[in-house]
Design a protein around this ligand. Structure first.
Ligand code: CTP
Ligand code: MG
Length: 174
C-alpha cells in the first residue's frame, strides 16, 4: 500500500491513542482493584474517561477521514455503510492494546508513567489493526506495510510524547 493509504488506515487509531492524555482522569478502569500478585490490575494511569474518550475521539476521526477520502480508493473508512464502525472498531482495538500494555507493565512491577520500550508504543496499533480483521476491514498488508507502520508508530509515539511533555500536557516525556 502507498504511504497515504497507510496513513489513513492508522489515523483513527492514532487519534484514539493520543487523546486520553487530554481527556483522562477520574475513575480508573480497574476500579483501583489489585491482581493476584498484589499489584494494581492496570494502575491509575488508565481511566474510564480517557478510555471512552479515546474511543469517541477515534470514532469521530474515522468519520472525518471517511468524508475526506470518500470516493477515493484510499480508505476503509470511506464506505458510507462502514466508515463509522471502522473508526469505532479501530479505536476499541487501540484502547484494548493500551490497557493490555499497562496490564503487562503492572505484572512486571513497573509503576505507571515509567517507560517500557516497545510495550508503550506498539500494542495499540497492533490491536487496532487486528480488531479490524474479523470484520473484513483490514486491507491486505505486506510485511513491508507492517514494518513501515510499526517503525513509523514507534518514532511518532516518541516524538509526540516528547512534544506533549513540552506543551505541559504530560508529566513525563515518554
Ligand atoms: N490516560 C487515561 N486513560 C487511558 C490512557 C491514558 O486516562 N486509557 C491518561 C492518564 O492520565 C495517563 C496519561 O493519559 O496518566 C498518559 O497515558 P499513558 O502514558 O498511556 O499512561 P501511564 O500513566 O504512563 O500509565 P502506564 O504505565 O500504565 O502506561
Ligand atoms: Mg506512559
Amino acid at each position: 500500500m502507498d504511504l497515504l493509504a497507510l496513513l489513513i488506515l492508522v489515523f483513527p487509531a492514532y487519534v484514539a491513542n493520543s487523546s486520553p492524555v487530554l481527556l483522562g482522569g477520574g475513575l480508573p478502569v480497574d476500579f483501583k482493584k489489585k491482581f493476584w500478585d498484589g499489584r494494581r490490575i492496570l494502575g491509575g494511569g488508565k481511566t474510564w474517561r480517557g478510555t471512552l474518550g479515546g474511543i469517541a475521539a477515534g470514532s469521530i476521526a474515522g468519520i472525518v477521514i471517511g468524508f475526506v477520502a470518500i470516493n477515493t480508493p484510499y480508505t476503509i473508512y470511506d464506505c458510507t455503510c462502514k466508515y463509522v464502525s471502522a473508526g469505532f472498531i479501530a479505536s476499541c482495538g487501540t484502547m484494548f492494546g493500551d490497557l493490555f500494555g499497562s496490564f503487562i507493565k503492572r505484572r512486571s512491577g513497573m509503576k505507571p508513567g515509567k517507560p517500557y520500550m516497545l510495550l508503550d508504543q506498539l500494542p495499540f496499533i497492533i490491536f487496532a489493526l487486528l480488531f479490524l480483521l474479523p470484520f473484513g476491514l483490514l486491507p491486505a498488508l505486506t510485511a513491508l506495510d507492517w514494518l513501515i507502520i510499526l517503525v513509523a508508530t514507534l518514532v511518532l509515539h516518541v516524538v509526540m510524547n516528547w512534544l506533549a511533555n513540552r506543551l505541559g500536557w504530560k508529566k513525563v516525556p515518554w
